[in-house]
Design a protein around this ligand. Sequence first.
Ligand SMILES: Nc1nc2c(c(=O)[nH]1)N[C@H]1C(S)=C(S)[C@@H](COP(=O)(O)O)O[C@H]1N2
Ligand SMILES: [Mo]
Length: 442
Amino acid sequence: MRTHRFLQPAPEGFLNLEQIKAVHGGRRGFMAGAFAAAVAGVSAARAQAADDTNIINLPDHTKALGQGVAARGYGVPSVYEKNLQRRESPGLTRVSQAGVSFAPLQGLFGIITPSGLHFERHHQGWWDIEPDKHRLMINGSDETMLKKPMVFTMDDLMRLPSVSRMHFIECGANTGMEWGNVAVPTVQYTHGMLSCSEFTGVPLKTLLDMCGADYKRGKFVLAEGADGSSMTRTIPMSLIDSGEVLVAYGQNGEMLRPENGYPLRLVVPGVQGVSWVKYLRRIELGDMPYATKDETLHYVDLQPDGQHRQYTSIQEIKSVITSPSGGQVLLDQGFHNITGLAWSGRGKVRKVDVSVDGGRNWQSARLEGPVLSKCLTRFNFDWSWNGKPALLLSRAVDETGHIQPTYAELRKVRGTRSIYHNNAIQTWLVSENGEVKNVQLS
Ligand SMILES: Nc1nc2c(c(=O)[nH]1)N[C@H]1C(S)=C(S)[C@@H](COP(=O)(O)O)O[C@H]1N2
Ligand SMILES: [Mo]
């Protein structure tokens, strides 16, 4: 059932159909064989085994001693998984210190992104900051805003009551190229500024309480990072009140990775990635939004009438089929598992529908548990490919009733000149030769 799982873009670029067939020995009928075996029982399996030396001959690793444990202090993936990597989109940014690496969504399972494959977005490069020297200051915009401004060391923070929560983070610019119908080739580049981790840390509310915050006047905080990007973002107290916003040091059971903000970052569930300030060093409580450069010049949405929308923070309901997806190839007709991800910044995903005929007919996909609030949700859909061209789409609905729009619906309201907040339905075209391509339906 893994036919196209191996078809990652090669490090040096993209494999073409001939190269892929050379690697996989052409159409071997593996899918048909495996599916038939499941249905017809052992006789089909026996027939398939007859000419497969991989099952007939005992491999060396069943007859010799394996490797010892000492070689491995920190485990790394199999050498056969080398092609599954974060990648920079060629030509997207001028220097990689102000760049993006995209997560390889086409090769991931379930909902958690392995920390080493978490997407990266740096405005001014990343740092591996010495935790003993890192400090978090909490102050007010004037002397009366907080009774007791405080400076926390990492040790101070890590002895406080902690929580662990699974949440997605999506850059507001994810899928941004598609506004202009650039149709980048793979799901890694269309949707790969998206990742999901279990984060561990202290609710920001706990720290503000410790500082004696005046919540009658203090309605907004400014979060500031310790890198050179002057990354400062306003977070409204209405989000912080619920205890959801975390000052986090943990990611998937260990400390944050340097690329993702080690030793401390803000976690702002449901809100675009830019507000998840990395290398967090200062929180200021104030009585109005701060209108920083990343809230007035960048991260604003140009509307059809020429005005900019500001503070468009929530990542709206969205989904994408991650396999089969652009750049992959179906090696054979017959059964294929269609799989993908759905997420909403407003809460839980309620439903995902899949269409294989360009949106004429829709059927419900299976949501795999757990279905958590402001977290990725995995969906699966049984499909038998008849070898004809097919248009694969997914459409998600969240618990607040918001429905993922088509491109036509989205552009009618937002125009075509935005960069951020593209949550439109993605279409993959499967051609008769099995190649899968990114297309937009008008
Ligand atoms: N200090 C700091 N925080 C930052 C950034 C940055 O460049 N510096 N980039 C922001 C942006 S635009 C995004 S999308 C997320 C990316 O988080 P990640 O690199 O962990 O994926 O971090 C945000 N926080
Ligand atoms: Mo971002």
